[in-house]
Design a protein around this ligand. Structure first.
Ligand code: DAT
Ligand code: MG
Length: 151
């Protein structure tokens, strides 16, 4: 499915460490298509929905404090197998177990400051995209090498 979509977010530490450009570059370079992008300070309400499955975890409150500590950059990326490939590109949740070459393996050392989020399933991605984006803010566009200039 070439229209598969996933949600990727640069977390507050990633924004503060000026890693947004490098993270976007990796997804562009791989061949995925950016169809949604915004920067915001996420509310606790939004994050508690986003991380609803983790509500009972001991790190949950720290996670919400971290995720509200500054702006995040949230993106929707589209392309063949984008959910699974993004997870591979992002690397293991715990950066200590993330290989070099992955975002977490290259840019982070601690599980509670792991720089980036990526949806973990196609269904999860759909849920998260609906949560973070309005339909009108996700844009369909065609590549210039596949369309006539018209002039
Ligand atoms: P992922 O972000 O790789 O999908 P997850 O969904 O299991 O991982 O957890 C969401 C975030 O919660 C994760 O990126 C960082 C934080 N987290 C997970 N496990 C943790 C732990 N053992 N200690 C501290 N924070 C943790
Ligand atoms: Mg997750």
């Amino acid at each position: 499915d070439f229209r598969e979509r996933t949600l990727v977010a640069v977390k507050p530490d990633g924004v503060q460490r000026r890693l947004v450009g490098q993270i976007i570059q990796r997804f562009e370079q791989r061949g995925f298509k950016l169809v949604g992008l915004k920067m915001l300070e996420a509310s606790e309400e939004l994050l508690s929905e986003h991380y609803c499955e983790l509500r009972m975890k001991p790190f949950y409150h720290g996670l919400l404090r971290y995720m509200t500590s500054g702006p995040v950059v949230v993106m929707v990326w589209e392309g063949h197998n984008v959910v699974q490939t993004s997870r591979t590109m992002v690397g293991h949740t715990n950066p200590a177990e993330a290989p070099a070459g992955t975002v977490r393996g290259d840019f982070s050392i601690h599980v509670s400051r792991n720089v980036v989020h990526a949806s973990d399933s196609v269904e999860g991605a759909q849920r998260e995209i609906q949560l973070w984006f309005q339909e009108k803010d996700i844009l369909n566009w065609d590549c210039c090498d596949q369309t006539s200039t018209g002039d």
